[in-house]
Design a protein. Structure first.
Length: 302
């Protein structure tokens, strides 16, 4: 064989190996461990001059499947296998951003990208559409991080997207935490606005007064309802949420100036006391510390 023939054959081999790294479509080929890196951990906030994107794909890591090619501003960033994720940062503003299933070797997905406007200082969670939709699916942080538990970062190719920059993470803001006893706020099993006791109204008013006196600019408030273990899981999830919603309503009506007030329920999942015994009356009394509404106040970054 001539030297030119040998070189052409070698070049063909290199292309074939590269393609196998990108698509893994062979039913016989195993996905190497090097395709994935560290498992997902909650991403910290980014500086105001950057936007952060967590792009992920549902499924089980290591399963053979067609890849999803992620493009940023008409340039290839990575290829996501089932169960994989990628994190990247770009400058705020409008960007072409999508993930396309199995568009090799022509890579048509990067040629007609939808534009997405990203705000500075924000983190976006996007999920690959397995139905073949061009637009990504926006997901809340809570839903995304439930899906991302133990998911590995995709690490088998280098990004060619020139818009991608190293993320400039900022230290997390520690919230100021106020804990209200649900027994002060409500009678047992109650949760509505009309059910709030006078002592409960005074307790919420005292928190509002303290926040206004401090004069700190508020970014957001998270209101979290907790219950005792008496009753079903579903009933406790609902009760915790209803109580959190009632406290949120009281905070809004107070006129407190804040960017957003979110609510969630932890139900019976974060008990402070878990060794209560006895009849119903004894259980209710013993579980009093578990029944609470926690208000987490986050100051705005300067």
């Amino acid at each position: 064989m001539s030297l030119n023939g040998t070189m052409k054959r070698a070049a063909t081999t290199v292309v074939a190996v590269t393609a196998s790294l990108l698509v893994y479509t062979s039913a016989q080929a195993a996905i190497p461990a090097s395709a994935f890196a560290d498992p997902y951990q909650a991403v910290p906030a980014v500086a105001a001059n950057q936007s952060q994107v967590v792009y992920y794909r549902d499924g089980t890591a290591g399963h053979l499947a067609t890849t999803a090619h992620v493009y940023i501003d008409n340039e290839f960033h990575t290829s996501l296998l089932p169960g994989g994720y990628t994190v990247f940062c770009v400058a705020p503003g409008a960007h072409g951003l999508n993930a396309v299933l199995d568009d090799a070797p022509r890579y048509e997905g990067k040629k007609a990208q939808p534009r997405t406007t990203l705000e500075g200082g924000k983190t976006y969670f996007l999920k690959v559409s397995e139905a073949g939709a061009v637009l990504p699916t926006a997901v809340t942080r809570a839903d995304a991080e439930r899906a991302l538990v133990s998911s590995p970062r995709q690490a088998h190719v280098l990004s060619r997207a020139s818009a991608v920059k190293a993320c400039n993470h900022v230290a997390p803001v520690e919230p100021q935490v106020y804990t209200l006893s649900s027994d002060v706020l409500f009678a047992f099993g109650k949760a509505s606005y009309e059910d709030v006791r006078e002592d409960g109204r005074r307790a919420v008013a005292a928190i509002v007064s303290e926040l206004e006196k401090d004069g700190v600019a508020l970014d957001r408030i998270d209101v979290v309802g907790h219950t005792d273990p008496i009753g079903s899981d579903a009933a406790n999830e609902t009760l915790g949420l209803l109580r959190a919603q009632t406290v949120r309503q009281m905070l809004i009506e107070s006129g407190l100036s804040v960017g957003s007030i979110t609510v969630q329920s932890k139900g019976r999942r974060e008990l402070l006391v878990d060794d209560c015994l006895g009849d119903r009356a004894q259980l209710i009394a013993c579980n009093s510390p578990n029944r609470r509404v926690v208000i987490q106040v986050y100051a705005r970054r300067e």
